[in-house]
Ligand binder design. Structure first.
Ligand SMILES: [Cu+2]
Length: 166
């Protein structure tokens, strides 16, 4: 009788601890509304003026990516790659829609970030700081700091010259 009473107490205590963990987790999520995964920047050769940054962004609520900035680049632009009459085009966009809960990829075939006016060569393994400005549907802005890993691009599609294509 005494034994089962104490084990019931223990179970209750354990349940309280678990509840505290769950509540704590929720409050953390409420602050960090946007998650950025697998951020990387393409390595460059010496003297190369620009590069591309890529990542996967998941917003908890409907949002949009408005701006990207980096201390290694004079200018960072959000570009979109698209096919028009079988011609691959690419140009700046005002924002990237981030629907609630959906992972949006910035990759070499779609949206990507162009880092222009690089201050130096980006070498494999470098950590490139990026600051993302994200606005939710209520107009509330948040900035997200990301450390993007520099790695070489295997796909040759991005080897075209951004400077003269647009
Ligand atoms: Cu581009």
């Amino acid at each position: 009788m005494t034994l089962s009473f104490s084990s019931a107490l223990k179970r209750l205590a354990l349940r309280r601890i678990l509840a505290a963990f769950v509540l704590g987790g929720f409050s953390v999520c409420a602050i960090a509304q946007t998650h950025v995964d697998d951020a990387w920047v393409r390595t460059t050769v010496p003297g190369q003026p620009s590069s591309g940054a890529f990542m996967r962004i998941t917003a908890d609520v409907d949002s949009k990516l408005l701006n990207v900035a980096s201390p290694v680049a004079k200018d960072a632009q959000i570009h979109e790659m698209s096919m028009t009459n079988d011609v691959m085009r690419m140009g700046p966009v005002d924002a990237v829609p981030l629907p609630a809960g959906k992972a949006v990829s910035l990759d070499p075939d779609g949206y990507h970030v162009m880092l222009m006016g690089l201050s130096g060569q980006i070498k494999e393994g470098d950590q490139v700081p990026l600051t993302l400005t994200i606005e939710n549907a209520q107009g509330v802005r948040e900035t997200v700091q990301v450390q993007a890993q520099a790695r070489p691009m295997m796909d040759m599609d991005m080897s075209h010259d951004h400077g003269s294509s647009h």
